[in-house]
Ligand binder design. Sequence first.
Ligand SMILES: Cc1cc2nc3c(=O)[nH]c(=O)nc-3n(C[C@H](O)[C@H](O)[C@H](O)COP(=O)(O)OP(=O)(O)OC[C@H]3O[C@@H](n4cnc5c(N)ncnc54)[C@H](O)[C@@H]3O)c2cc1C
Length: 339
Amino acid sequence: MNASPYSPEEASGVWVYLEHRDGKLEGVSLELLGRSRELAQETGESLTALLLGEQVEPLAEEAIAAGADRVLVAEHALLGQYTTEPFTKVITGLIVEQRPNILLLGATTNGRDLAGRLAVRLRTGLTADCTDLSIGPKSGLLLGEVTGFGHGILATIECPVHRPQMATVRPGVFPRPVADPTHSGKVERVDVILSASDQPVRVVKQTSRRAADVTQAERLVIGGRGMEGDFALLRRLAKAVHADVGATRVAVDQGWVREDRMIGQTGSVTRPKLAIICGASGAMQFTVGVKDSETIIAINSDPEAPIFEVADYCVAEDAFQVIPPLIEALRREPVEEKS
Ligand SMILES: Cc1cc2nc3c(=O)[nH]c(=O)nc-3n(C[C@H](O)[C@H](O)[C@H](O)COP(=O)(O)OP(=O)(O)OC[C@H]3O[C@@H](n4cnc5c(N)ncnc54)[C@H](O)[C@@H]3O)c2cc1C
């Protein structure tokens, strides 16, 4: 790999790329700011947020309340909607000029697109789809934890030589920080020089589908292959405990549930107060998406199922025998909507 534009010795600062929609910061950006604040404290560096768009400066205050020491605001008509080239050009310019040590992005559709392009442009390494981030106690390097290659490997990846150290993190991995309106930070506007030739691709029309956001659910009822497609039963249980419905990849692949409800490595990472997991074996690619739940109840007819290793309460029974009487009992003694 060719050398990146600056060396580790020249690098300083933790940077977070902010995504926003409809005049609000995306949840994943707030989550990243919260975790980055802690990482920056460990490395003794400052935390900078990158805010690109058109008329986006008002969002800087939200980023500062979430922990940013400084917000770099880049505004231009060609940044009004995300397209790869102009965003890459502006951020590459800022990175080469200011030399951050770490750059973090959300592992969203746009975040993944941008991160890959930036890593190539800057000739640095990128740890994609991290399920945790920390700082190496001896090396001081960014450590990205990822599940690997479908074989149940949990790998920790570092980027010792090239800068910035880059990682993407999926929505829901870190909790959102509590906004602190007393936290102070500076807003710096940066000059943006872009022309039409910097935007080879133009957005002609944008349509959005209302996707379920299981990452924010306080309670989840999750079904796997063992439910044999009977998600109607799980929806009834979910209603009785005021929960959202999630699913394993198998249940999604079978067409029983929409993809936006998939939990796990390729689905969403969640941290509900309560997860009731029914008929799922507990493959690692699934459990990375629920392991941080406050309480896990697992129902599985196989007493040896790995899901019981992450569960707080283990019900080694046939889900079809357990769930209907449970729903009945909940009907007689309803649970509160908020825990
Ligand atoms: C790169 C990669 C990424 C992946 N990403 C994800 C991901 O994001 N999310 C995900 O979920 N998977 C993911 N997978 C797939 C994952 O490895 C597992 O195959 C999947 O999670 C298994 O789904 P399952 O538990 O529903 O099915 P199974 O593993 O088949 O388990 C079904 C379980 O149901 C139990 N059961 C059967 N009948 C009953 C009954 N009547 N009552 C109670 N229990 C019963 C069985 O004992 C069994 O334990 C990924 C795989 C790869 C290779």
